[in-house]
Design a protein around this ligand. Structure first.
Ligand code: NAD
Length: 499
Protein backbone atom coordinates (compact mmCIF):
# COMPACT_ATOMS: atom_id res chain seq x y z
CA UNK A 1 0.00 0.00 0.00
CA UNK A 2 1.34 3.42 -0.84
CA UNK A 3 1.69 5.99 1.92
CA UNK A 4 -0.33 9.17 2.17
CA UNK A 5 1.37 12.18 3.80
CA UNK A 6 -0.75 15.04 5.10
CA UNK A 7 0.39 17.92 7.31
CA UNK A 8 1.48 18.32 10.95
CA UNK A 9 -0.68 21.10 12.36
CA UNK A 10 -1.66 21.82 15.96
CA UNK A 11 0.56 19.05 17.36
CA UNK A 12 -0.79 16.18 15.25
CA UNK A 13 -0.73 14.66 11.78
CA UNK A 14 -3.78 15.77 9.82
CA UNK A 15 -5.00 14.92 6.33
CA UNK A 16 -5.02 17.52 3.55
CA UNK A 17 -8.29 19.22 2.68
CA UNK A 18 -7.34 21.03 -0.53
CA UNK A 19 -8.11 18.06 -2.74
CA UNK A 20 -4.69 18.42 -4.37
CA UNK A 21 -1.84 15.95 -3.92
CA UNK A 22 1.65 15.37 -5.34
CA UNK A 23 3.29 12.01 -6.02
CA UNK A 24 6.30 10.67 -4.13
CA UNK A 25 8.62 8.24 -5.91
CA UNK A 26 11.32 5.83 -4.87
CA UNK A 27 14.21 7.10 -7.02
CA UNK A 28 15.95 3.71 -6.92
CA UNK A 29 13.05 1.90 -8.58
CA UNK A 30 11.11 4.71 -10.24
CA UNK A 31 7.97 3.43 -8.54
CA UNK A 32 5.39 5.68 -6.94
CA UNK A 33 5.62 5.15 -3.19
CA UNK A 34 3.10 7.64 -1.89
CA UNK A 35 1.26 10.91 -2.17
CA UNK A 36 1.69 14.17 -0.32
CA UNK A 37 -1.02 16.69 0.39
CA UNK A 38 -0.52 20.06 -1.31
CA UNK A 39 -1.87 22.70 1.05
CA UNK A 40 -4.34 25.43 0.21
CA UNK A 41 -3.96 28.95 1.60
CA UNK A 42 -6.72 28.06 4.11
CA UNK A 43 -4.64 25.20 5.55
CA UNK A 44 -1.60 27.46 5.84
CA UNK A 45 -3.77 30.11 7.51
CA UNK A 46 -4.90 27.56 10.11
CA UNK A 47 -1.27 26.76 11.00
CA UNK A 48 -0.49 30.49 11.32
CA UNK A 49 -3.53 31.07 13.52
CA UNK A 50 -2.42 28.29 15.92
CA UNK A 51 1.16 29.57 15.87
CA UNK A 52 0.05 33.13 16.65
CA UNK A 53 -2.00 31.90 19.59
CA UNK A 54 0.83 29.74 20.97
CA UNK A 55 3.98 31.81 20.56
CA UNK A 56 3.55 34.56 23.22
CA UNK A 57 3.53 31.96 26.03
CA UNK A 58 6.44 30.13 24.42
CA UNK A 59 8.43 33.37 24.06
CA UNK A 60 7.74 34.09 27.74
CA UNK A 61 9.02 30.63 28.76
CA UNK A 62 12.48 31.02 30.35
CA UNK A 63 15.22 30.23 27.80
CA UNK A 64 16.58 27.46 30.02
CA UNK A 65 13.26 25.60 29.78
CA UNK A 66 13.10 26.14 26.03
CA UNK A 67 16.64 24.77 25.83
CA UNK A 68 15.59 21.62 27.70
CA UNK A 69 12.95 20.89 25.04
CA UNK A 70 15.58 21.36 22.33
CA UNK A 71 17.99 19.04 24.16
CA UNK A 72 15.30 16.37 24.53
CA UNK A 73 14.54 16.76 20.82
CA UNK A 74 18.20 16.15 20.00
CA UNK A 75 18.31 13.05 22.20
CA UNK A 76 15.20 11.51 20.65
CA UNK A 77 16.24 12.41 17.10
CA UNK A 78 19.67 10.90 17.75
CA UNK A 79 18.05 7.68 18.98
CA UNK A 80 15.79 7.59 15.89
CA UNK A 81 18.38 8.68 13.33
CA UNK A 82 18.39 5.34 11.47
CA UNK A 83 14.64 5.64 10.98
CA UNK A 84 15.04 9.22 9.74
CA UNK A 85 17.86 8.18 7.41
CA UNK A 86 15.79 5.37 5.94
CA UNK A 87 12.98 7.79 5.09
CA UNK A 88 15.54 10.00 3.33
CA UNK A 89 17.06 7.07 1.43
CA UNK A 90 13.60 5.91 0.28
CA UNK A 91 12.41 9.31 -0.95
CA UNK A 92 15.57 11.20 -1.89
CA UNK A 93 17.67 8.23 -3.02
CA UNK A 94 20.95 9.18 -1.35
CA UNK A 95 23.03 6.40 0.19
CA UNK A 96 22.60 5.57 3.88
CA UNK A 97 25.99 6.94 4.98
CA UNK A 98 25.23 10.27 3.29
CA UNK A 99 21.77 10.46 4.89
CA UNK A 100 23.23 9.69 8.32
CA UNK A 101 26.03 12.22 7.84
CA UNK A 102 23.55 14.96 6.93
CA UNK A 103 21.40 14.17 9.98
CA UNK A 104 24.50 14.37 12.15
CA UNK A 105 25.35 17.84 10.76
CA UNK A 106 21.76 18.94 11.33
CA UNK A 107 21.80 17.68 14.91
CA UNK A 108 24.93 19.72 15.55
CA UNK A 109 22.82 22.82 14.88
CA UNK A 110 20.30 21.50 17.41
CA UNK A 111 23.14 21.14 19.90
CA UNK A 112 24.10 24.75 19.20
CA UNK A 113 20.46 25.85 19.66
CA UNK A 114 20.33 24.15 23.06
CA UNK A 115 22.83 26.78 24.22
CA UNK A 116 20.17 29.47 23.72
CA UNK A 117 20.27 30.92 27.28
CA UNK A 118 23.87 31.90 26.70
CA UNK A 119 23.30 32.95 23.07
CA UNK A 120 20.49 35.35 24.06
CA UNK A 121 22.33 36.90 26.98
CA UNK A 122 22.25 40.66 26.49
CA UNK A 123 24.49 43.61 27.34
CA UNK A 124 24.09 45.92 30.32
CA UNK A 125 25.80 49.22 30.98
CA UNK A 126 25.38 50.96 34.28
CA UNK A 127 25.46 54.74 34.44
CA UNK A 128 25.27 55.62 30.71
CA UNK A 129 24.12 59.00 32.08
CA UNK A 130 23.56 60.36 35.60
CA UNK A 131 21.63 57.52 37.37
CA UNK A 132 20.68 56.14 33.97
CA UNK A 133 21.33 52.54 32.94
CA UNK A 134 20.98 50.85 29.58
CA UNK A 135 20.55 47.26 28.43
CA UNK A 136 20.09 45.46 25.13
CA UNK A 137 18.11 42.31 24.62
CA UNK A 138 17.11 40.19 21.62
CA UNK A 139 13.45 39.21 21.41
CA UNK A 140 11.58 36.67 19.30
CA UNK A 141 9.95 37.84 16.05
CA UNK A 142 6.72 35.86 16.38
CA UNK A 143 5.78 33.40 13.66
CA UNK A 144 8.58 32.41 11.27
CA UNK A 145 8.41 30.12 8.26
CA UNK A 146 10.93 27.95 6.42
CA UNK A 147 10.78 26.68 2.83
CA UNK A 148 13.27 23.91 2.11
CA UNK A 149 14.71 22.00 -0.90
CA UNK A 150 14.68 18.30 -1.73
CA UNK A 151 18.37 17.60 -1.32
CA UNK A 152 18.65 17.65 2.48
CA UNK A 153 15.15 16.89 3.78
CA UNK A 154 16.31 16.72 7.42
CA UNK A 155 19.49 18.82 7.60
CA UNK A 156 18.19 22.04 6.01
CA UNK A 157 15.02 22.13 8.17
CA UNK A 158 17.33 21.47 11.16
CA UNK A 159 19.31 24.58 10.20
CA UNK A 160 16.10 26.53 10.75
CA UNK A 161 13.36 25.46 13.15
CA UNK A 162 15.35 24.38 16.26
CA UNK A 163 17.12 27.73 16.46
CA UNK A 164 14.02 29.76 15.58
CA UNK A 165 12.03 27.91 18.25
CA UNK A 166 14.84 28.13 20.82
CA UNK A 167 14.76 31.91 20.27
CA UNK A 168 11.09 31.92 21.30
CA UNK A 169 9.37 31.91 17.90
CA UNK A 170 6.74 29.62 16.43
CA UNK A 171 7.74 28.02 13.12
CA UNK A 172 5.92 26.78 10.03
CA UNK A 173 7.95 24.47 7.82
CA UNK A 174 7.09 23.95 4.15
CA UNK A 175 9.40 21.12 3.07
CA UNK A 176 10.10 19.94 -0.44
CA UNK A 177 7.16 18.00 -1.83
CA UNK A 178 9.61 15.39 -3.20
CA UNK A 179 10.63 13.98 0.22
CA UNK A 180 8.30 15.16 3.01
CA UNK A 181 8.46 12.13 5.35
CA UNK A 182 11.61 13.02 7.31
CA UNK A 183 10.39 16.56 8.17
CA UNK A 184 7.08 15.08 9.36
CA UNK A 185 8.95 12.72 11.69
CA UNK A 186 11.06 15.62 12.98
CA UNK A 187 7.86 17.46 13.92
CA UNK A 188 6.58 14.40 15.78
CA UNK A 189 9.87 14.17 17.64
CA UNK A 190 9.55 17.83 18.68
CA UNK A 191 6.11 17.05 20.08
CA UNK A 192 7.53 14.04 21.97
CA UNK A 193 10.25 16.33 23.36
CA UNK A 194 7.57 18.48 24.99
CA UNK A 195 7.09 21.35 22.54
CA UNK A 196 3.66 22.96 23.02
CA UNK A 197 1.19 22.36 20.20
CA UNK A 198 1.08 25.03 17.52
CA UNK A 199 4.72 26.09 17.93
CA UNK A 200 5.91 23.85 15.08
CA UNK A 201 3.76 22.96 12.10
CA UNK A 202 4.67 21.22 8.87
CA UNK A 203 2.54 22.38 5.97
CA UNK A 204 3.27 20.37 2.86
CA UNK A 205 2.73 21.90 -0.51
CA UNK A 206 3.93 23.64 -3.62
CA UNK A 207 3.83 27.22 -4.96
CA UNK A 208 0.33 27.73 -3.51
CA UNK A 209 1.61 27.14 0.04
CA UNK A 210 4.75 29.23 -0.60
CA UNK A 211 2.70 32.16 -1.90
CA UNK A 212 0.36 31.87 1.08
CA UNK A 213 3.40 32.10 3.40
CA UNK A 214 4.85 35.08 1.52
CA UNK A 215 1.59 37.01 1.63
CA UNK A 216 0.41 36.18 5.16
CA UNK A 217 0.60 39.29 7.36
CA UNK A 218 0.96 37.10 10.46
CA UNK A 219 4.33 35.69 9.37
CA UNK A 220 7.25 37.88 10.40
CA UNK A 221 10.20 36.16 8.78
CA UNK A 222 10.92 33.60 6.07
CA UNK A 223 13.98 31.38 5.64
CA UNK A 224 14.31 29.82 2.20
CA UNK A 225 16.81 27.34 0.76
CA UNK A 226 16.50 26.19 -2.86
CA UNK A 227 17.32 27.21 -6.41
CA UNK A 228 18.32 30.77 -7.29
CA UNK A 229 15.27 31.79 -9.39
CA UNK A 230 12.89 30.74 -6.58
CA UNK A 231 15.20 32.23 -3.91
CA UNK A 232 15.04 35.55 -5.73
CA UNK A 233 11.27 35.31 -6.06
CA UNK A 234 10.83 34.46 -2.36
CA UNK A 235 13.17 37.26 -1.32
CA UNK A 236 11.58 39.98 -3.43
CA UNK A 237 7.98 38.92 -2.72
CA UNK A 238 8.59 38.41 1.01
CA UNK A 239 10.41 41.72 1.40
CA UNK A 240 7.69 43.54 -0.54
CA UNK A 241 5.21 42.12 1.97
CA UNK A 242 7.29 43.60 4.81
CA UNK A 243 8.93 40.40 6.03
CA UNK A 244 12.47 39.67 7.06
CA UNK A 245 13.78 37.18 4.48
CA UNK A 246 16.93 35.12 4.05
CA UNK A 247 16.93 33.16 0.78
CA UNK A 248 19.78 30.80 0.02
CA UNK A 249 20.10 29.84 -3.64
CA UNK A 250 22.05 27.69 -6.07
CA UNK A 251 25.75 27.35 -6.64
CA UNK A 252 28.62 26.57 -8.99
CA UNK A 253 31.52 25.82 -6.69
CA UNK A 254 35.04 25.99 -8.12
CA UNK A 255 38.05 24.16 -6.74
CA UNK A 256 41.31 25.76 -7.84
CA UNK A 257 44.31 23.43 -8.06
CA UNK A 258 47.73 25.09 -8.14
CA UNK A 259 50.82 23.34 -9.54
CA UNK A 260 52.34 22.92 -6.06
CA UNK A 261 49.26 21.11 -4.65
CA UNK A 262 49.39 17.54 -3.44
CA UNK A 263 47.68 16.21 -6.57
CA UNK A 264 46.73 12.85 -5.07
CA UNK A 265 45.02 14.65 -2.19
CA UNK A 266 43.35 17.09 -4.60
CA UNK A 267 42.05 14.27 -6.83
CA UNK A 268 40.61 12.31 -3.92
CA UNK A 269 39.00 15.50 -2.62
CA UNK A 270 37.48 16.21 -6.04
CA UNK A 271 35.95 12.75 -6.33
CA UNK A 272 34.16 13.07 -2.99
CA UNK A 273 33.17 16.71 -3.47
CA UNK A 274 31.88 16.38 -7.03
CA UNK A 275 30.13 13.00 -6.90
CA UNK A 276 29.09 12.56 -3.25
CA UNK A 277 25.28 12.57 -2.99
CA UNK A 278 25.29 12.29 -6.82
CA UNK A 279 26.32 15.96 -6.99
CA UNK A 280 22.99 17.02 -5.46
CA UNK A 281 24.65 19.26 -2.88
CA UNK A 282 24.74 23.04 -2.95
CA UNK A 283 28.37 22.79 -1.78
CA UNK A 284 29.35 20.14 -4.35
CA UNK A 285 32.40 21.06 -6.41
CA UNK A 286 31.23 21.17 -10.01
CA UNK A 287 34.23 22.97 -11.55
CA UNK A 288 37.90 22.05 -11.14
CA UNK A 289 40.10 24.94 -12.21
CA UNK A 290 43.48 23.48 -13.06
CA UNK A 291 46.24 26.07 -13.18
CA UNK A 292 48.42 25.05 -16.12
CA UNK A 293 47.98 22.23 -18.65
CA UNK A 294 50.32 19.96 -16.71
CA UNK A 295 48.06 20.09 -13.65
CA UNK A 296 44.96 19.57 -15.82
CA UNK A 297 46.46 16.54 -17.61
CA UNK A 298 47.51 14.91 -14.32
CA UNK A 299 44.16 15.60 -12.67
CA UNK A 300 42.17 14.11 -15.54
CA UNK A 301 44.51 11.13 -15.73
CA UNK A 302 44.19 10.30 -12.04
CA UNK A 303 40.46 11.12 -11.82
CA UNK A 304 39.55 8.65 -14.57
CA UNK A 305 40.27 5.34 -12.78
CA UNK A 306 38.86 6.68 -9.50
CA UNK A 307 35.57 7.60 -11.17
CA UNK A 308 35.35 4.26 -12.90
CA UNK A 309 35.57 2.58 -9.49
CA UNK A 310 32.66 4.53 -7.93
CA UNK A 311 29.95 2.06 -7.01
CA UNK A 312 26.56 3.36 -8.11
CA UNK A 313 23.59 1.62 -6.51
CA UNK A 314 20.40 1.97 -4.50
CA UNK A 315 20.84 3.94 -1.29
CA UNK A 316 19.78 0.98 0.83
CA UNK A 317 22.72 -1.11 -0.46
CA UNK A 318 25.53 -0.65 2.09
CA UNK A 319 28.10 -1.10 -0.69
CA UNK A 320 26.69 1.75 -2.81
CA UNK A 321 28.66 5.00 -2.81
CA UNK A 322 26.41 7.02 -5.11
CA UNK A 323 22.63 6.70 -5.34
CA UNK A 324 20.17 7.73 -8.06
CA UNK A 325 19.04 11.27 -8.91
CA UNK A 326 15.92 12.47 -7.14
CA UNK A 327 13.31 12.37 -9.94
CA UNK A 328 12.94 11.33 -13.54
CA UNK A 329 12.57 15.00 -14.46
CA UNK A 330 15.84 15.88 -12.73
CA UNK A 331 17.56 12.91 -14.39
CA UNK A 332 16.47 14.23 -17.80
CA UNK A 333 17.69 17.73 -16.93
CA UNK A 334 21.17 16.48 -15.98
CA UNK A 335 21.31 14.28 -19.09
CA UNK A 336 20.36 17.29 -21.26
CA UNK A 337 23.27 19.24 -19.74
CA UNK A 338 25.69 16.45 -20.68
CA UNK A 339 24.28 16.44 -24.23
CA UNK A 340 24.70 20.22 -24.30
CA UNK A 341 28.31 20.00 -23.12
CA UNK A 342 29.12 17.64 -25.97
CA UNK A 343 27.43 19.96 -28.49
CA UNK A 344 29.28 22.94 -27.05
CA UNK A 345 32.61 21.23 -27.74
CA UNK A 346 33.76 20.18 -24.26
CA UNK A 347 35.67 16.91 -24.15
CA UNK A 348 33.55 14.21 -22.44
CA UNK A 349 36.21 12.05 -20.80
CA UNK A 350 33.74 9.88 -18.88
CA UNK A 351 30.10 9.54 -19.85
CA UNK A 352 27.65 8.62 -17.08
CA UNK A 353 24.60 8.59 -19.37
CA UNK A 354 22.85 5.34 -20.13
CA UNK A 355 23.85 3.52 -16.95
CA UNK A 356 21.41 0.69 -16.19
CA UNK A 357 21.46 -1.32 -12.99
CA UNK A 358 20.17 -4.85 -13.08
CA UNK A 359 17.02 -5.14 -11.01
CA UNK A 360 16.67 -1.34 -10.89
CA UNK A 361 15.97 -0.59 -14.54
CA UNK A 362 13.29 1.98 -13.63
CA UNK A 363 15.60 3.89 -11.24
CA UNK A 364 17.08 7.30 -12.01
CA UNK A 365 20.70 6.14 -11.93
CA UNK A 366 23.42 8.04 -13.70
CA UNK A 367 27.13 7.30 -13.59
CA UNK A 368 29.78 9.95 -12.93
CA UNK A 369 30.57 12.21 -15.90
CA UNK A 370 33.77 14.17 -16.44
CA UNK A 371 34.26 17.00 -18.92
CA UNK A 372 37.67 18.43 -19.80
CA UNK A 373 38.49 21.65 -21.68
CA UNK A 374 35.31 23.40 -20.53
CA UNK A 375 35.33 27.14 -21.23
CA UNK A 376 33.58 30.00 -19.51
CA UNK A 377 31.19 30.69 -22.37
CA UNK A 378 29.64 27.21 -22.20
CA UNK A 379 26.26 26.64 -20.56
CA UNK A 380 27.64 23.65 -18.64
CA UNK A 381 30.06 26.11 -16.99
CA UNK A 382 27.63 28.95 -16.41
CA UNK A 383 24.62 27.04 -15.08
CA UNK A 384 24.10 24.82 -12.06
CA UNK A 385 23.70 21.18 -13.17
CA UNK A 386 23.14 19.64 -9.71
CA UNK A 387 24.19 16.16 -10.78
CA UNK A 388 27.28 13.91 -10.91
CA UNK A 389 29.08 16.00 -13.53
CA UNK A 390 32.48 17.64 -13.05
CA UNK A 391 33.93 20.17 -15.49
CA UNK A 392 37.67 20.76 -15.73
CA UNK A 393 38.53 24.31 -16.81
CA UNK A 394 42.14 25.08 -17.73
CA UNK A 395 43.48 28.42 -16.46
CA UNK A 396 46.82 29.73 -17.64
CA UNK A 397 47.80 31.14 -14.26
CA UNK A 398 46.60 31.85 -10.71
CA UNK A 399 45.19 35.30 -11.62
CA UNK A 400 43.04 33.84 -14.38
CA UNK A 401 41.73 31.22 -11.92
CA UNK A 402 40.82 33.91 -9.37
CA UNK A 403 39.08 35.98 -12.06
CA UNK A 404 36.98 32.97 -13.13
CA UNK A 405 35.71 32.38 -9.60
CA UNK A 406 35.08 36.06 -8.95
CA UNK A 407 33.24 36.66 -12.23
CA UNK A 408 30.84 33.73 -11.81
CA UNK A 409 27.29 34.71 -10.86
CA UNK A 410 27.20 32.25 -7.94
CA UNK A 411 29.20 32.69 -4.75
CA UNK A 412 28.40 29.83 -2.40
CA UNK A 413 31.63 27.89 -1.80
CA UNK A 414 35.11 27.55 -3.26
CA UNK A 415 38.38 25.84 -2.42
CA UNK A 416 42.03 26.15 -3.26
CA UNK A 417 44.49 23.28 -3.17
CA UNK A 418 48.09 24.40 -2.70
CA UNK A 419 51.09 24.14 -0.40
CA UNK A 420 51.79 27.87 -0.85
CA UNK A 421 50.60 29.78 2.23
CA UNK A 422 50.93 33.15 0.51
CA UNK A 423 48.72 32.08 -2.37
CA UNK A 424 46.15 30.54 -0.01
CA UNK A 425 46.04 33.69 2.10
CA UNK A 426 45.67 35.92 -0.95
CA UNK A 427 42.90 33.65 -2.30
CA UNK A 428 40.93 33.66 0.99
CA UNK A 429 41.16 37.43 1.12
CA UNK A 430 40.34 38.38 -2.50
CA UNK A 431 37.79 35.77 -3.47
CA UNK A 432 34.15 36.93 -3.71
CA UNK A 433 32.65 33.81 -2.20
CA UNK A 434 30.93 33.20 1.12
CA UNK A 435 32.60 29.95 2.20
CA UNK A 436 36.23 29.22 1.38
CA UNK A 437 38.27 26.03 1.84
CA UNK A 438 42.05 25.79 1.91
CA UNK A 439 42.85 22.19 1.04
CA UNK A 440 39.29 21.50 2.25
CA UNK A 441 36.99 20.77 -0.71
CA UNK A 442 33.57 21.27 0.95
CA UNK A 443 34.01 24.07 3.50
CA UNK A 444 30.58 23.80 5.13
CA UNK A 445 30.88 25.79 8.37
CA UNK A 446 30.22 23.91 11.61
CA UNK A 447 27.00 24.64 13.50
CA UNK A 448 28.39 27.44 15.69
CA UNK A 449 29.77 29.30 12.67
CA UNK A 450 27.30 30.43 9.99
CA UNK A 451 26.49 29.08 6.54
CA UNK A 452 25.87 31.42 3.65
CA UNK A 453 27.04 32.32 0.17
CA UNK A 454 27.57 35.61 -1.64
CA UNK A 455 26.27 37.01 -4.94
CA UNK A 456 23.27 35.07 -6.34
CA UNK A 457 23.73 32.26 -3.81
CA UNK A 458 22.17 34.25 -0.96
CA UNK A 459 19.62 37.04 -0.97
CA UNK A 460 19.41 38.79 2.39
CA UNK A 461 21.78 39.92 5.08
CA UNK A 462 22.07 36.88 7.31
CA UNK A 463 23.49 33.42 6.81
CA UNK A 464 21.95 30.46 8.55
CA UNK A 465 22.78 28.88 11.96
CA UNK A 466 25.54 30.11 14.26
CA UNK A 467 25.13 33.69 15.53
CA UNK A 468 23.77 34.81 12.14
CA UNK A 469 20.85 32.45 12.76
CA UNK A 470 20.25 33.87 16.23
CA UNK A 471 20.30 37.43 14.81
CA UNK A 472 17.92 36.47 11.99
CA UNK A 473 15.33 34.93 14.32
CA UNK A 474 15.41 37.75 16.89
CA UNK A 475 15.29 41.53 16.95
CA UNK A 476 17.24 43.91 19.05
CA UNK A 477 15.69 46.06 21.75
CA UNK A 478 17.65 48.58 23.81
CA UNK A 479 16.16 49.86 27.07
CA UNK A 480 17.35 53.01 28.83
CA UNK A 481 16.07 53.43 32.40
CA UNK A 482 16.06 55.93 35.26
CA UNK A 483 14.28 55.72 38.64
CA UNK A 484 12.67 58.55 40.60
CA UNK A 485 15.26 58.36 43.38
CA UNK A 486 17.95 59.12 40.80
CA UNK A 487 19.08 62.59 39.78
CA UNK A 488 16.24 64.72 38.35
CA UNK A 489 16.98 67.31 35.69
CA UNK A 490 13.63 69.13 35.70
CA UNK A 491 12.03 70.31 32.45
CA UNK A 492 14.68 70.36 29.75
CA UNK A 493 13.99 70.87 26.04
CA UNK A 494 17.58 70.57 24.88
CA UNK A 495 18.86 67.53 22.97
CA UNK A 496 19.10 64.54 25.37
CA UNK A 497 22.76 64.15 26.32
CA UNK A 498 24.03 61.42 28.58
CA UNK A 499 27.72 62.11 28.95
P1 NAD B 1 13.59 24.50 -5.68
O1 NAD B 1 13.94 25.92 -5.75
O2 NAD B 1 12.93 23.87 -6.86
O3 NAD B 1 12.58 24.23 -4.45
C1 NAD B 1 12.85 24.74 -3.16
C2 NAD B 1 11.53 25.00 -2.46
O4 NAD B 1 10.81 25.98 -3.19
C3 NAD B 1 10.63 23.77 -2.35
O5 NAD B 1 10.05 23.74 -1.08
C4 NAD B 1 9.61 23.99 -3.44
O6 NAD B 1 8.35 23.44 -3.14
C5 NAD B 1 9.51 25.50 -3.55
N1 NAD B 1 9.20 25.95 -4.91
C6 NAD B 1 9.56 25.34 -6.07
N2 NAD B 1 9.10 26.04 -7.12
C7 NAD B 1 8.45 27.12 -6.64
C8 NAD B 1 7.75 28.23 -7.23
N3 NAD B 1 7.66 28.35 -8.55
N4 NAD B 1 7.22 29.15 -6.42
C9 NAD B 1 7.33 29.04 -5.07
N5 NAD B 1 7.95 28.01 -4.46
C10 NAD B 1 8.51 27.06 -5.22
O7 NAD B 1 14.91 23.70 -5.26
P2 NAD B 1 15.13 22.13 -5.19
O8 NAD B 1 15.18 21.58 -6.56
O9 NAD B 1 14.20 21.52 -4.20
O10 NAD B 1 16.59 22.09 -4.52
C11 NAD B 1 17.78 22.18 -5.26
C12 NAD B 1 18.31 23.60 -5.27
O11 NAD B 1 18.52 24.04 -3.94
C13 NAD B 1 19.67 23.72 -5.94
O12 NAD B 1 19.66 24.89 -6.72
C14 NAD B 1 20.63 23.85 -4.78
O13 NAD B 1 21.84 24.53 -5.08
C15 NAD B 1 19.81 24.62 -3.81
N6 NAD B 1 20.32 24.46 -2.45
C16 NAD B 1 20.97 25.52 -1.91
C17 NAD B 1 21.49 25.41 -0.63
C18 NAD B 1 22.22 26.55 0.00
O14 NAD B 1 22.50 26.47 1.18
N7 NAD B 1 22.55 27.62 -0.71
C19 NAD B 1 21.34 24.22 0.10
C20 NAD B 1 20.65 23.16 -0.49
C21 NAD B 1 20.15 23.30 -1.77
Amino acid sequence: MIKSIGHFIGGARVGGTSGRTGDIFNPATGEKSGTVALASAAELNKAVELAQAAWPAWAATPPLRRARVITRFREIAEARKDELAKLIVDEHGKVMSDALGSIQRGLEVVEFASGIPHLLRGDYTEQVGPAIDSYSTRQALGVCAGITPFNFPAMVPLWMFPLAIACGNAFILKPSERDPSAPMLLAEIMKAAGLPDGILSVVNGDKVAVDAILNHPGIAAVSFVGSTPIAHYVYSTGCAAGKRVQALGGAKNHMVVLPDADLEMATDALVGAAYGSAGERCMAVSVAVAVGDKVADSLVKSLKPKLERIKVGPGADPQAEMGPLVTKQHYEKVKDYIDTGVTEGAELVIDGRGLKLQGYEGGYFMGPSLFDRVTKSMRIYKEEIFGPVLSVVRAKDYEQAVALVNEHEYGNGTAIFTRDGDAARDFASRINIGMVGINVPIPVPVAYHSFGGWKRSLFGDHGTHGMEGVRFYTRLKTVTSRWPTGIRSGVDLSFPMMG
